[in-house]
Design a protein around this ligand. Structure first.
Ligand code: HAX
Length: 437
C-alpha cells in the first residue's frame, strides 16, 4: 500500500469509528430549526452535510482543514522556483487532515504523473467526435464520463466487495481521475484554440506546472500563476453546487467519474463556475461599448447600473454564504499587484471593486455586494496570455476535483448512506404554516 493510502487507512478507521459512536450516542439530538424561507430559497444555512475538507465562514472566508489561505501559503511545501504552494500538498491536507511533508508531496506529484499516462485512446476519440465549437465544458464533462470505463470502483463493486472496503477502489479511481484532468483540459484547449497542436506531459513537472506546460506555457510566471489558481479554486466546503452534486451522486454508489461529471455539470452554470467566463464577456462588452480599455469610474458605474436595469446580475459579485470580500479574490489581487500591477485589466478590476459594491448595496436586496473568486481570476489568466476565456471554467473544474474528490473518498470511509431528503407540495407548506390566500 502506498504511503498516502496507508496514512489515509489509519486516519480513516479512527474517524469512521468516532462518527459511528457519535451517531449511536447522540443521533437523536436536535441541532437546528429550519424556517420555511430557508427551504424555499435554496436551503441556505441549513446544516445538511458532513464535509471535513474545508469550512466556509461568512465573514472570514474559506479554511482548508482549519488553515486559512495565508496560513497555507506559509505551511504547505512549495516550488523553490517561485514560492507558490503546490496543489499536491493541499490535496494531501484535505485528504488526510494533516500538513504534508516534502516527501508526501513529491510522492503525489510522481504518482499523478505516472497515472496520467494511462488515459485510454477512446477518451480522445470521444472528444474528437464533438464539434470544436462545443463549449469546452461540454468536451471536458463528456471526457470525464468516457473515462469511467476505467473505474476501479465499478469493477470492484461488480465483483462483490465488502462495504467497509469501498474507500479503497474509490481512492484508486480518484487518484487516476485527478492525475488525468490536466491532460484532458490541455487537450481540449489545444484542440479548440491551437489547431490541434498537442503537447505531451512532462513527467518531471508537478501537476499544475504540467497543466501550464501542456497548454503551451513554459514560463516560470505562468506556472506560478497556475499553482496559485489550482490551490485557490480547490474547495469551498460541501454545500456549493459542484461539491454537493458530486457528493449526492456518489451516495448512490456511482463511481467517481459519474459523480464528478455530475458536479462539473453544475460548475458549468453561470451562477457558479461559469461566472469566471461571464465576468470576461461582461468586461469585454464594457470595453467595447465605452471604447477604451481604461474606462473611468463614472463610466463603470453607468455600465453596471445598466446591467442591473436590464434585469441581469453583475458577474463575479455576490455570494450565497460569504458576507465580505472573498479572500480568494484578495489573494489574486495581491498576486496581480505584486507581479503585474500595471496590467490594464487589473487596473479595471481595482476600479470595479471601488464602485460596484455601493451600486449592489443600493438595490437593497443583494445580501453580499462584495467580489467573489471569479471577479478577478479571468483577468489574471488573460493578463498572463491565457486569453481564451471559454476554457476558464474547465481550469476551475480541474482544481475543484482536489476538494470534492477528497470528500468523495471520505464519504465511502464514513459509509455515508444514500442521500434522500423529503419534498412537499405548495399545499403542504401552506397548511403547515396556516396560510390563507
Ligand atoms: N448582481 C445582481 N443581482 C444580484 C447579485 C449580483 N451580483 N447577487 C445577488 N443578486 C440578487 C439576486 O439575484 C437576488 O435577486 P432576486 O431577489 O430578484 O431574485 C437578490 O440579489 C438576493 O440574492 P442573494 O441572497 O444576495 O444571493 P443568492 O444567495 O441568491 O445568490 C449568487 C448568490 C452568487 C448566485 C449571486 O450573488 C449572483 O448571481 N452573483 C453573480 C454570479 C456570480 O458571480 N456567481 C459566482 C459565485 C461564486 C461561485 O460559486 N463561484 O464559482
Amino acid at each position: 500500500m502506498d504511503q498516502v493510502k496507508q496514512r489515509l487507512k489509519e486516519v480513516g478507521e479512527k474517524r469512521a469509528n468516532v462518527l459511528k459512536k457519535l451517531v449511536r450516542e447522540h443521533g437523536d439530538k436536535v441541532i437546528q430549526e429550519v424556517t420555511l424561507e430557508q427551504v424555499i430559497t435554496g436551503m441556505k444555512g441549513i446544516v445538511a452535510l458532513l464535509t471535513d475538507t474545508s469550512k466556509l465562514d461568512p465573514e472570514e472566508g474559506i479554511r482548508f482543514r482549519g488553515h486559512s489561505i495565508p496560513e497555507l501559503r506559509e505551511k504547505l511545501p512549495k516550488m523553490n522556483e517561485d514560492g507558490e504552494p503546490l496543489p499536491e500538498g493541499l490535496f494531501y491536507l484535505m485528504l488526510i487532515g494533516e500538513l504534508p511533508s516534502q516527501s508526501d508531496v513529491e510522492f503525489i506529484s510522481k504518482d499523478w504523473s505516472r497515472r496520467a499516462q494511462g488515459i485510454p485512446e477512446h477518451v480522445f476519440d470521444v472528444i474528437n467526435g464533438l464539434p470544436k465549437s462545443a463549449h469546452p465544458m461540454i468536451q471536458f464533462n463528456t471526457a470525464i464520463l468516457a473515462m469511467s470505463t476505467e473505474s476501479h470502483f465499478r469493477k470492484a463493486y461488480m465483483e462483490g466487495m465488502d462495504k467497509k472496503d469501498y474507500w479503497d477502489p474509490m481512492y484508486e479511481g480518484v487518484m487516476d481521475l485527478i492525475s488525468r484532468l490536466p491532460v484532458i483540459a490541455a487537450y481540449i484547449y489545444r484542440r479548440v484554440f491551437h489547431d490541434e497542436k498537442y503537447i505531451d506531459i512532462d513527467p518531471s513537472l508537478d501537476w499544475a506546472g504540467n497543466m501550464a506546460h501542456m497548454m503551451g506555457f513554459e514560463s516560470v510566471e505562468v506556472k506560478r500563476l497556475m499553482r496559485l489558481y489550482m490551490v485557490l479554486h480547490a474547495d469551498h466546503e460541501g454545500g456549493n453546487v459542484s461539491a454537493h452534486t458530486t457528493h449526492l451522486v456518489g451516495t448512490a454508489l456511482s463511481n467517481p467519474y459519474y459523480s464528478f461529471a455530475a458536479g462539473m455539470n453544475g460548475l458549468a452554470g453561470p451562477l457558479h463556475g461559469m461566472a469566471n467566463q461571464e465576468v470576461m464577456s461582461w468586461l469585454e462588452t464594457m470595453i467595447q461599448e465605452i471604447g477604451s480599455d481604461r474606462p473611468s469610474k463614472d463610466q463603470i458605474r453607468e455600465y453596471a447600473r445598466n446591467t442591473l436595469a436590464n434585469g441581469r446580475v453583475i458577474p463575479g459579485y455576490g455570494h450565497a454564504v460569504l458576507r465580505k470580500t472573498d479572500p480568494r479574490f484578495t489573494e489574486q489581487l495581491n498576486f496581480a499587484n505584486k507581479y503585474i500591477p500595471d496590467a490594464p485589466l487589473i487596473e479595471l478590476i481595482r476600479n470595479i471593486y471601488e464602485v460596484v459594491p455601493e451600486i449592489l448595496l443600493a438595490t437593497g436586496k443583494v445580501k453580499n455586494p462584495w467580489p467573489n473568486v471569479d471577479a478577478i481570476s479571468g483577468s489574471l489568466l488573460s493578463s498572463y496570455g491565457i486569453k481564451e476565456y471559454r476554457i476558464y471554467t474547465v481550469l476551475f473544474g480541474v482544481s475543484r476535483a482536489l476538494g470534492v474528490l477528497s470528500s468523495l473518498i471520505w464519504d465511502r470511509i464514513y459509509g455515508q448512506p444514500l442521500e434522500r431528503p423529503t419534498s412537499h407540495t405548495l399545499e403542504w407548506f401552506k397548511e403547515k404554516v396556516g396560510f390563507k390566500e
